[in-house]
Write a protein that binds this ligand. Structure first.
Ligand SMILES: Cc1ncc(COP(=O)(O)O)c(C=O)c1O
Length: 377
């Protein structure tokens, strides 16, 4: 048993070092090397999609996705309030406004029953975020999008390999972005990807990602639009290719972790897990738990302190977008009530969730968690 169990750490057990060494020894360290294309092709194939474009992190993947979809000044994009700030910030980078919807009390994803009341004449798209790897109710989101002629721009930063009705993220929406930050189920350290089946989006993704160099003659220094340098390096892509080769293993390890947590905590009153969306495969990026302090016998703070004193790291959950001073200052409507999101922020936290956890460690974490409740009874 380790003295310290981190909340997450990357697993780099396959060809990562071999491919990185190759990239370094051959001198292909910029975005021009072969691993970028190989990683893009492998990830597109993994999702079952036609096109994938690698970028340098998940936040710019979101921005590039929005740009490719033509989102800009004056538009409104519906997003969940319970998400990572990057979902909202990327919308702001385009000049558009994020509009918030509370979380569903069971799945913790966007509450689809509250989307329509937020749609206005300016709404251009819905951005589902598959919270902690749990696919959103795409059936209902598609029905609403079709009815109001909206795009679906998917933030799959946390949901590599997740499935809804047997279809993987990457193919569930018009266009999808991913993050490969070090704590994700698949990682490149820092990195991101945008995936789509649409050739027009694919061309815009490649164009805006590379400072708007002309696509057909990239060495001509003539730029018809203002673009970005969002390129991924060959070194990062080398790690990514090796990760995709093990994608199903890494995904299954996360799912196994979740099953073990549920096994050891199932009889513990006051500990609530995220409910899987029906007809879906939740890839359990993070094992978050929500505490009902009255039933459990200790507050979130009490548990976190007890776990910490036993060498177990935890992490707080997101603060809602409607609570962010930055977004209020930007002009977002932060009024209204978001009780589910606020309960998650107040009473939820992540347990260690790395792919490499072993059953003994998960049992130990659960024992210490239960002990925290008993101590305060
Ligand atoms: C839902 C969501 N969107 C976007 C991002 C941004 O990804 P990155 O950290 O790679 O920029 C994250 C990161 O954790 C995320 O959780």
């Amino acid at each position: 048993m380790r003295d310290f169990i981190p909340v997450c750490e990357p697993l780099l057990e396959g060809n990562e070092l071999k491919y990185v060494t190759d990239a370094v020894t051959t001198g292909w360290i910029s975005s021009s090397g072969k691993y970028v294309t190989e990683f893009e092709n492998a990830f597109a194939a993994y999702c079952g999609a036609k096109y994938a474009v690698a970028v340098c992190n998940g936040t710019v993947a979101l921005h590039l996705m929005l740009v490719a979809a033509g989102i800009g000044n004056g538009d409104e994009i519906i997003i969940p309030s319970f998400t990572m700030a990057a979902s909202a910030f990327a919308v702001c980078y385009t000049g558009a406004k994020p509009v918030f919807v509370d979380a569903d009390k069971d799945t913790w994803n966007i509450d689809v029953s509250k989307i329509e009341e937020k749609i206005t004449g300016k709404t251009k798209a819905i951005m589902p975020v598959h919270i902690f790897g749990n696919p959103c109710n795409l059936k209902e989101i598609r029905r609403i999008a079709q009815k109001h002629d909206l795009l679906i721009l998917d933030d799959s930063a946390e949901a590599h390999g997740a499935e809804y009705e047997g279809v993987k993220t990457g193919l569930l929406a018009d266009i999808t972005s991913f993050s490969f930050f070090a704590n994700k189920n698949l990682t490149t350290g820092e990195g991101g990807m945008v995936v789509t089946d649409r050739k027009d989006y694919y061309d815009r993704l490649r164009y805006f990602k590379n400072v708007c160099f002309p696509l057909d003659s990239p060495r001509v220094y003539e730029h018809a639009d203002i673009g970005f340098n969002y390129r991924m390096s060959n070194i990062h892509a080398a790690i990514g290719l090796a990760q995709v080769e093990r994608a199903d293993d890494y995904r299954d390890m996360r799912i196994r972790n979740n099953k073990l947590y549920k096994k050891y905590l199932s009889n513990t009153s006051g500990i609530i897990f995220q409910k899987d969306e029906p007809n879906s495969l939740n890839v359990n990026w993070m094992n978050a738990v929500l505490i009902d302090p009255n039933k459990f016998g200790s507050s979130k703070e009490g548990i976190i302190a007890h776990l910490k004193s036993n060498g177990i790291e935890t992490r707080l959950l997101f603060t809602g977008m409607h609570k962010q001073e930055s977004l209020n200052k930007y002009g977002c409507d932060c009024s209204g009530s978001y009780p589910v999101c606020e309960n998650l922020t107040a009473n939820g936290f992540y347990l260690p969730s790395g792919s490499n956890l072993c059953e003994d460690e998960i049992r130990f974490i659960c024992e210490k968690l239960i002990e925290a409740g008993a101590r305060h009874l």
